[in-house]
Design a protein around this ligand. Structure first.
Ligand code: C2O
Ligand code: CU
Ligand code: CU
Length: 468
C-alpha cells in the first residue's frame, strides 16, 4: 500500500463564478419548500444482470428494475413511505444522513421490524446535501445480496453549476452461469474478508455508457453499495477532481487516483467527482476498477456528445458547505475500539431480522449479541454537544470499513498513511491500521456502529454508540 500524499491546498483558491455560462441543469427553485414524498415498496424482482440471462429472486423497489435513485433536497422535508411486500421482515436505513434517531431504520434499536404488508413512514429533513444511499438493516445480508441497495441524492440549495449528473452504483452479485443465485455467503468468507460476488455491475448493468455534452462538466457520483468488495478505482480519459467524499464537500485538495495509487472505496463509501468531458464528440471517459488477478475492467463510461461546451473545471465554485460541527480537540475525551476475531461462540440473536448462524468477529473483544438481544449496552456513551476522539484499531489482517450512523466524523491520523481531513461516516481500516477520528456528539440517540462488510457485521462486528 502506497502512502497517498496529502496536499493541504485551499478550496478558496478555486475560481468562483459558475453558472455564468447558462448551461446548468434545470434547478428546482426554492421558496415553496413543500415536502417531497416517495412511496417505496420492497418486493421481489427479476432482471437480466448478465446480458440476456434473466436472474430471478432479486429484491428491489419495483418488479423489473434496480432500486431507483431517490432525490431529496437539503432542508426540505422528505417523506419515504416504505411498504414491505416481501414475506421477510425488513427496515430501511438511510446511510450517512444525520436525521433523528427514530428514522434511522435499525431494528430493535430505533424501530420494530416492518412485517409483510405493513408500511413505515420515514419522515425527516435532510440537513446535508450530497451523495448518500439506502439499504435494509433487517434481513440485511440476504436483501442486500439480492439487490436492495440504492443511491440517495440530496440536492444543494443552490445550483452547483454542472451540465450533467450521473450516479454509478457499484455492486456485485453471486451468480451461476444460468443467472440464478449462488449461496449469498460462505462461512469461510464471513470469517475472512467476506464472500465476493462474481458479476460486477454498475446500476445493475454491464459497462453502461452515459451521454453527456462534449466539453461539459459532469458530476459523477460513485457509490460502493456492495456487501463485501473494496473497489479500487481509476478514472481515465478526462480531467477531473474529487469534490465530495461520503456526502460532504472536500475542504482540501485530494489527489486524483492513478493506476499505481487507485482510489479505495469500501462498502458504504461515496466519491463525487467533477469530470470535464472531452471536447471531441464520441470520446469516452472510463471508470476503471482494478480487480484481483491484474484485471482492469471499465465499470461505466461517459461519452461526449454534441458541440463542445468548452467549460473548465475552474468554472466550478466550491460546493456549498454542510452544517457540520467540527470537533474541538483540546477537550476531546478518548474512546478506544478494537476490531478483531472472536472465538466461535453463540450466533447473534437478530430476532426477526435473519442471522447468518455464526459469530466470528468482535468489537472490544465482544461479539455483538444481536439486534434483538436483551440488555446489550452501548460500546460508549457520549455526552451531547461534546467533542470526542475515537481510536479505531484493526487487530485483524482483513480490511474493515467502519461505519457510524447519525454522526459525521473527521479522521485525525493513522499509523500507516496520511489521511486528508475529509468529513465522513465510514472509515476504511487497512490491515493492522490504527486511526483516530474525531466528532462532535451532536445528534442524540443510539447509533449503530459496525463494519460495512455485511458478513462481518452480521457475525459479530457490530454495536452501538449512545449520545445522551
Ligand atoms: Cu449503511 Cu448500518 O449501515
Ligand atoms: Cu448508516
Ligand atoms: Cu469488517
Amino acid at each position: 500500500m502506497k502512502r497517498r500524499a496529502f496536499l493541504c491546498g485551499s478550496g478558496a483558491a478555486m475560481a468562483a463564478g459558475a453558472g455564468g455560462l447558462g448551461v446548468g441543469l434545470a434547478w428546482p427553485q426554492l421558496g415553496q419548500a413543500a415536502a417531497l414524498s416517495h412511496d417505496l415498496t420492497i418486493q421481489p424482482a427479476r432482471y437480466a444482470l448478465r446480458d440476456g440471462v434473466m436472474t430471478d429472486g432479486l429484491v428491489s423497489l419495483s418488479a423489473d428494475a434496480p432500486p431507483p435513485v431517490i432525490r431529496g433536497k437539503k432542508g426540505v422535508p422528505l417523506r419515504l413511505n416504505v411498504t414491505n411486500a416481501m414475506p421477510d421482515y425488513t427496515a430501511m436505513h438511510w446511510h450517512g444522513l444525520r436525521i433523528p434517531n427514530g428514522m434511522d431504520g435499525v431494528p430493535y434499536l430505533t424501530q420494530f421490524p416492518i412485517a409483510e404488508g405493513e408500511t413505515f413512514a420515514y419522515e425527516f429533513t435532510p440537513p446535508d446535501a450530497g451523495t448518500y444511499w439506502y439499504h435494509p438493516h433487517c434481513m440485511t445480508m440476504s436483501q442486500m445480496a439480492h439487490g436492495l441497495t440504492g443511491v440517495m441524492v440530496i440536492d444543494e440549495e443552490s445550483d452547483p453549476g454542472f451540465d450533467g449528473d450521473e450516479v454509478v452504483n457499484l455492486r456485485d452479485f453471486r451468480l451461476q452461469e444460468d443467472g440464478s443465485f449462488l449461496p449469498y455467503f460462505t462461512p469461510r468468507g464471513a470469517a475472512r474478508s467476506g464472500t465476493f460476488g462474481n458479476v460486477q455491475t454498475a446500476n445493475w448493468l454491464q459497462q453502461p455508457v452515459y451521454d453527456h455534452p462534449a466539453g461539459g462538466l459532469v458530476r459523477l457520483r460513485v457509490v460502493n453499495t456492495d456487501t463485501t468488495r473494496i473497489y479500487k478505482l481509476v478514472l481515465s480519459g478526462a480531467e477531473a477532481k474529487i469534490i465530495a467524499w461520503d456526502g460532504h464537500p472536500t475542504r482540501v485538495d485530494v489527489p486524483m487516483p492513478t493506476a499505481d495509487d487507485p482510489m479505495l472505496l469500501g462498502p458504504g463509501q461515496r466519491a463525487d467527482l467533477a469530470v470535464r468531458m472531452p471536447s471531441g464528440e464520441g470520446q469516452q471517459v472510463d471508470l476503471l476498477a482494478q480487480l484481483p488477478g491484474y484485471v482492469t475492467k471499465p465499470m461505466a463510461s461517459l461519452r461526449a456528445i454534441g458541440a463542445d461546451l468548452n467549460r473548465s473545471l475552474s468554472d466550478l465554485a466550491p460546493l456549498e458547505e454542510n452544517p457540520v460541527n467540527l470537533p474541538n480537540l483540546d477537550q476531546a475525551e478518548l474512546h478506544e475500539f478494537v476490531f478483531g476475531w472472536t472465538p466461535e461462540g453463540d450466533a447473534p440473536n437478530d430476532g426477526l431480522c435473519g442471522t447468518l448462524g455464526y459469530s466470528f468477529w468482535s468489537i472490544n473483544r465482544t461479539p455483538w449479541a444481536g439486534d434483538a438481544a436483551e440488555n446489550v449496552g452501548p460500546l460508549a456513551t457520549l455526552e451531547r454537544g461534546k467533542s470526542y476522539v475515537l481510536r479505531l484499531r484493526n487487530e485483524s489482517p482483513n480490511l474493515h470499513p467502519i461505519h457510524l450512523h447519525g454522526l459525521v466524523f473527521v479522521p485525525l491520523k493513522s499509523n500507516q498513511r496520511d489521511l486528508p481531513p475529509l468529513l465522513t461516516d465510514t472509515m476504511l481500516l487497512l490491515k493492522d491500521e490504527v486511526i483516530d477520528i474525531a466528532l462532535v456528539a451532536d445528534n442524540p440517540g443510539d447509533w449503530a456502529f459496525h463494519c460495512h462488510v455485511i458478513e462481518h457485521q452480521k457475525t459479530g462486528l457490530a454495536g452501538y454508540i449512545r449520545v445522551t
